[in-house]
Design a protein. Structure first.
Length: 457
């Protein structure tokens, strides 16, 4: 990392973000002094403080170290933030999170996992498959790995770096992958892109960043104008249909999928994926392909896949009892909601599924209102929380009541966070899902405590 001598103190604006915290952990591991601001204290920021970082939770210019040599910031920071405005005028070098990740990754053979959904689980699984093998890797993850309880993995010897390639704000265009994975190119972030065509153009540009003699592993059927170097390679992957890498003979046993993995000129029989969800089999095929291209052996792949524990807030089974199953998921796009609810149906056929959903961003709620209503109507019971604004100001007429009115459903409720978990008192709940990318995660522990305490009373 080409930092200047006086850049031994690094300041993070929005340090509690999942991508930002991975970078912060990297720098403190490398001996830098790390300070930062975030608007709220979370379990993650509390852990960062225990690891030696200095974090505050209100805008205060006096808490920015005078010796700060570099500021790393997230585009999610509002432009009206007083610290952001001050630092812009301070003369201190400022870099976006994506720019810093791009600089770090340039020193390695980078495996970049991109897609409007699926990239977090896929990148985490790639890193786990490689770390459990003789190959190893470093990794900057977009979620907390359940196997490592971390979003940063380090290696002193491996030439590989695994990174989640985020399409938001076109951040992934700062990466130059040796291997790129593209899982999906659905419409999202229309506040940035404007239309689906612009999203496709960005993903096409991303393929143009693949290095000489690199490779692209892309879900079969995605229609992209590839811009790769002439001497690079393109591989497709799929589930239950032929591709360069694909899965067959799927069976569901004890909520986990078993399958055969086909790769060019070979096959691995009876693999077991350690996490549930049919869509995760698809993610696993992409991850297996990338790890195999980096030299991980079939035996190493087989052993690691079965012990993969997944990612926190990605179809995260929090309670699994005869009378109640509670699953928490980051799903915040209509396609992700459909996949999450569908996987729960596959695992627990015939049982009532109640879902609590917190819409994320007013613009996303506006742009996909009809699709959200259709996906949420797959639930047996719907609890809708107010829109989580994140970086946005309210849009007149765009709220959860509007979304609720679009649902042709007889069992729907508009609730406040404070209503949960008390809403469930005296009610029969079989399968419960919490879904969303805002602060709905703060309800997970209270919900767990309510149901475990209710069982014991």
């Amino acid at each position: 990392m080409p930092l200047k001598v006086n850049e031994h103190i690094i300041y993070f604006l929005g340090i509690g973000g999942i991508g930002m915290s991975a970078l912060a952990r990297y720098f403190i591991a490398k001996g830098y002094e790390v300070h930062g601001y975030d608007r709220s204290c979370t379990a993650l920021t509390s852990q960062l403080e225990k690891e030696g970082m200095f974090i505050h939770y209100h805008e205060d210019l006096t808490l920015i170290p005078a010796e700060t040599g570099l500021v790393v910031y997230t585009p999610a920071i509002p432009v009206q933030n007083t610290e952001f405005q001050y630092l812009q005028k301070s003369g201190i070098r400022m870099m976006k999170r994506a720019e810093v990740l791009g600089m770090l990754s340039s020193e390695y053979k980078t495996i970049a996992c991109a897609g409007t959904h699926g990239k977090t689980t896929t990148s985490t699984l790639v890193s786990y498959l490689m770390q459990q093998s003789h190959v190893g890797c470093q990794a900057f993850l977009g979620g907390i790995s359940r196997n490592y309880d971390n979003n940063l993995l380090l290696s002193e010897t491996s030439p590989y770096l695994v990174a989640e390639a985020d399409e938001y704000d076109r951040s992934f265009l700062h990466l130059y992958p040796y291997i790129a994975i593209i899982t999906s190119t659905d419409s999202d972030h229309l506040d940035i892109y404007g239309n689906h065509e612009a999203i496709h153009e960005a993903f096409s540009s991303f393929t143009g960043n693949i290095v000489t003699q690199g490779s692209l592993i892309i879900k079969k059927g995605l229609d992209l104008q590839l811009q790769m170097p002439a001497d690079s390679h393109v591989y497709t992957y799929a589930v239950n249909e032929e591709a360069d890498y694909y899965a067959t003979n799927l069976s569901l046993e004890n909520s986990l999928y078993h399958f055969d993995f086909h790769y060019p000129n070979g096959k691995i029989d009876n693999l077991v994926l350690g996490i549930p969800g049919l869509y995760n089999v698809e993610n696993a095929v992409a991850a297996l392909a990338a790890a195999m291209q980096c030299g991980v052996t079939p035996d190493e792949l087989s052993m690691a896949l079965a012990t993969f524990k997944g990612v926190k807030r990605r179809f995260d089974i929090r309670l699994n009892e005869t009378s109640l199953v509670y699953i928490d998921d980051y799903a915040h796009h209509p396609a992700e909601l459909k996949a999450c609810i569908g996987s729960a149906r596959d695992m627990f056929p015939g049982r009532k599924i109640t879902g609590i959903f917190q819409p994320h961003l007013f613009t996303r709620t506006r742009d996909f209102a009809v699709e959200f209503a259709e996906s949420l109507s797959l639930l047996d019971e719907i609890l809708l929380l107010p829109v989580y604004p994140a970086r946005e100001l309210p849009i007149p007429g765009i709220d959860s009541q509007m979304l609720l009115s679009l649902m042709n459903h007889g069992n729907k409720h508009l609730v406040q966070k404070d209503d949960i978990p008390g809403f469930f008192k005296g009610r029969h709940t079989e399968i419960l899902l919490t879904m969303g990318a805002g602060d709905i995660d703060t309800l997970v522990e209270p919900i767990e405590n309510f149901f475990t305490g209710h069982k014991n009373n």
